[in-house]
Design a protein around this ligand. Structure first.
Ligand code: ADP
Ligand code: MG
Length: 264
C-alpha cells in the first residue's frame, strides 16, 4: 500500500553570506492516513524546517514530499499548520479569525449559512463557541491555541501540522489541550504530525515517535512505535509498562546517545 504522506530523501541547505549550512540530510518517512506522528529532537536540529517543507513553505534542496502521490511544492489548505505562538489576527474576533480561513477554502462551494454552521461546529469542537465574539487580546494563551486549532481543522486539511502547539502554555493548560487534541483525533481520525520537545507529550499522543539526530545534517535517528491502546488516560499510564518503556527509550535517545551540544 502506498503511504498517505511520503517524505522522500529530503535534504535542505541554507546559504548565508557565502557559507552553506546543511540542516537536514536524507530524511525519509512514510505516514499512513489517521496516524499521529510526533517529531522530537533537540532545539535547532531542523524540526520546524522539516515541518515547513511538508507545509510547502520551504522547498527541499534534495528529495521531496508526496501527499497522496502528488508532489507538495506550495502551501495549501490540505496541510494546515498550527504554530507555537497562535497566529490570530488581533483586530478580528474569534469567529472572524476562523471565518477567514473557512471563506478562503469553502467560499465558492458552501452557502453562507453552511459556512456559519461549520465555523460554529469547529469552535464547539475546541470548546470556544462561547467566546466567538471576543478578540485575541481578551482571551488566554490556551484559548488562543484552541482557536488556532479550530481554524486549522475548519479547513478540513488532509494533514494537520502542529509545531510545538502547547510549548508556550502552562502545564495544566497544556494537559487539558492535549486531552482535547486526543479527543479530536479519535473523533475525526485526521492525520497529525506534531513537533514537540516534551517526552511525555510525545508518548501520550503518538502512534509513532520520530527521533531526530542533532544537526548539522540532522536526520531521523530512530522511530519508536507506541503500542498503547486508545483512548489513553494520563493517570492510568503512570505505572503502565509500555508507557514507561517508550518514555525511557526516548529519554535514552535524547540524553545518552544524542546529547545536545551547545554551539560555541
Ligand atoms: N531560512 C533559514 N535560513 C538560514 N538558516 C535557517 C533558516 N531556517 C532555519 N535555519 C537554521 O536551521 C537550523 C534548524 O532550525 P529549526 O528547523 O528552526 O530547528 P528546530 O525547529 O528543530 O528547533 C537552525 O540552525 C537554523 O538556524
Ligand atoms: Mg522549531
Amino acid at each position: 500500500m502506498n503511504p498517505y504522506l511520503k517524505i522522500d530523501h529530503v535534504g535542505i541547505s541554507f546559504s548565508r553570506a557565502g557559507a552553506t549550512t546543511e540542516v537536514l540530510r536524507d530524511v525519509t518517512l512514510k505516514i499512513q492516513q489517521g496516524e499521529y506522528v510526533s517529531i522530537i529532537g533537540h532545539s535547532g536540529c531542523g524540526k520546524s524546517t522539516l515541518l515547513n517543507i511538508v507545509a510547502g513553505l520551504l522547498r527541499a534542496s534534495t528529495g521531496g514530499v508526496l501527499l497522496e502521490e502528488h508532489e507538495v511544492d506550495e502551501p495549501g489548505p490540505d496541510r494546515a499548520v498550527v504554530f507555537q505562538n497562535h497566529s490570530l489576527l488581533p483586530w478580528l474576533t474569534v469567529y472572524e479569525n476562523v471565518a477567514l480561513a473557512v471563506d478562503k477554502v469553502f467560499g465558492g462551494k458552501r452557502s453562507r449559512a453552511e459556512r456559519r454552521e461549520w465555523i460554529m461546529e469547529n469552535l464547539a469542537l475546541v470548546n470556544m463557541a462561547h467566546a466567538k465574539d471576543k478578540r485575541p487580546a481578551e482571551i488566554s494563551g490556551g484559548m488562543k491555541q484552541r482557536v488556532g486549532i479550530a481554524r486549522a481543522l475548519a479547513m478540513e486539511p488532509k494533514i494537520l501540522l502542529l509545531d510545538e502547539p502547547f510549548g508556550a502554555l502552562d502545564a495544566l493548560t497544556r494537559a487539558h489541550l492535549q486531552d482535547q487534541v486526543m479527543e479530536i483525533h479519535a473523533r475525526l481520525n485526521n492525520t497529525m504530525i506534531m513537533i514537540t520537545h516534551d517526552v511525555d507529550e510525545a508518548v501520550l499522543l503518538s502512534d509513532r515517535i520520530v527521533m531526530m539526530t542533532n544537526g548539522p545534517a540532522a536526520t531521523i535517528g530512530e522511530v519508536l512505535t507506541v503500542a498503547l491502546a486508545r483512548p489513553r488516560r494520563r493517570l492510568e499510564l503512570v505505572d503502565n509498562h509500555e508507557y514507561n518503556r517508550c518514555r525511557a527509550a526516548v529519554l535514552e535517545f535524547l540524553y545518552a546517545r544524542n546529547r545536545f551540544v551547545e554551539a560555541a
